[in-house]
Design a binder for this molecule. Sequence first.
Ligand code: GTP
Ligand code: MG
Length: 197
Amino acid sequence: IFAGPIQFLKSAPSLDHLPSPDVPEIAFAGRSNVGKSSLLNALTGRTSLARTSVTPGRTQELNFFDIGQPLKLRLVDMPGYGFAKAPKDMVRKWRYLVNDYLRGRQVLKRTLVLIDSRHGIKDVDREVFEMLDKAATSYRIVLTKTDKIKATELDAVYAAVGDEVRKRPAAHPDVISTSSEKGMGIAELRAAVIESI
Ligand code: GTP
Ligand code: MG
């Protein structure tokens, strides 16, 4: 389905701007700058569908992308969390938007929670895991930027992250390693997305 038409649908700055809930959705969540927008582009094979940036905090709204004609799937690029320099009221706004969307969206089939392979799981990520577990919202961990670390380091972080998520009730037990830059793990991620809808 990623070979067919793909288009940006809309940006939702708040929950009353969400598209009508009639198509399965897959959301991309994770800390600021972890590579959510880049992974969405890699997954769809488009270079600049979702806007990326070296500056954290690039994505500030929920961005919806329609996949397939007839429409089969909606990908949701989310604002990042854990961005230290963000103004306080902005952080609060993001938290409400992201949490409410993740908790209450009926058509949300799975959330991909991205973890930077160089940094591993941080406490802010654990807060998100906690929230998703409580809401019983299915999620799966995706390691990003694996081109930036050595194979031995990747093996270690992959094992550690796997051990941790397998203790989490709503998390998929298997972790996917990716590099949007090098295309690594993208085919596996596509298969995982298709399987989850
Ligand atoms: P926010 O929207 O600010 O939360 O960030 P984001 O998670 O959407 O990250 P984004 O995709 O904008 O990427 C952040 C930076 O990381 C950009 O400079 C990307 O080029 C870079 N980046 C993303 N994925 C990879 C990757 O797989 N490898 C490398 N080397 N760099 C990457
Ligand atoms: Mg982004």
